[in-house]
Ligand binder design. Sequence first.
Ligand SMILES: Cc1ncc(COP(=O)(O)O)c(C=O)c1O
Length: 392
Amino acid sequence: MLSVAGPHEKLIIGRDAHKSVVSGLILAGIVPIWVDPQWDPGLHLAHPPSADAFRAALAEHPDARGALVTAPTPYGTCSDLAGIVQVCHEHGLPLIVDEAWGAHLPFHPDLPAWAMDAGADICVTCVHKTGSGLEQGSVFHLQGNLIEPEVLKQRADLLGTTSPSVLMYAAVDGRRRQMVERGHALFGDALTLARETRARITAADGPRVHGHDDFCGPGRAADLDPLQVIVDISALGTTGYAVADWIREHHHVNLRLSDHRRSSAQLTHADNRDTADVLVAALEDAARHADRLRPARRVEVPDPAALRLEQVMLPRDAFFGRSEQVPWEKAAGRVCAEMLAPYPPGIPAALPGERLTTEVLRYLRGGVEAGMVVPDAADMDVTTIRVATEEP
Ligand SMILES: Cc1ncc(COP(=O)(O)O)c(C=O)c1O
């Protein structure tokens, strides 16, 4: 982001961006032009924004310096990257892809296309998420001539330590070698395991596993990473948070991502039949004990139009400007001065510089009551909110 746009310059960004993207906005003083994700009202789930949405944003903001999209999303859904690349390149602008959840994509043709194959200019990917790196082992890939390697190097250097960890570098390099030598075979096995495990969870008469057809198609996602096993547990009459907590306590398994109606597990090339057995047994057991997980507090998820806040100040100005902590009931109408991002996945419901509404505040308060974690808030209970005291 720092190598594409400078202070007060515009970047077109899918609003389902991770908090780390918002950190980039804050540090760089970039003006975000938000593009809405595609909302599935039936599943209460946001899919990545469409290429047309980027086209419209670029037509309205021809002075933008580039665009950024998150793909895959933490749910494993992918955007039409080639389409978004085309739109950006028609304007001579670079596309940045936050491919945090896609470090494995290049290594098997049955996985969704990765950003570089789709023609993106730069992508950032977390080897520690879907690869075999140590935590913090993120890398970026650069191609084309829209971003100068020297500019990228100098600006990336601003964020790095001058004392890098040789362990981390060695792990990234080891992973590179592992993928070159055995990547195709390892992910071939992982894909087979994913197919079997998905079928076993569904056959167990338990919760439903979402597949390609649930998430992909016109107006929805372009593809789905089958290694993300997204389990809809709404039929159990409880929440994903309650199921994840129960499984952690009783089976010592950490599920990956939970929301008001889903929990998910991520399979990797390190999984095998034994680890899949643990997952299937844990989900079956949770289904058997569903009565103990009820009644789960309902989370009222307003429709996306109500959740969409107006950006009235630069994220940087709101974050670093004067602020005060006010009771949440009094925060509606005020400009947010902090990041309110339910974790995981860490997509901010409100970010610095957005004007808060009662709907968003109620959603966050209700979510916290039901088990949602909002770790970046100054008051993690979200009973008080940090808001700007000076407005433009
Ligand atoms: C979409 C997305 N982007 C970026 C990140 C940040 O990656 P890291 O945890 O390596 O800082 C995450 C982390 O969960 C993420 O989900």
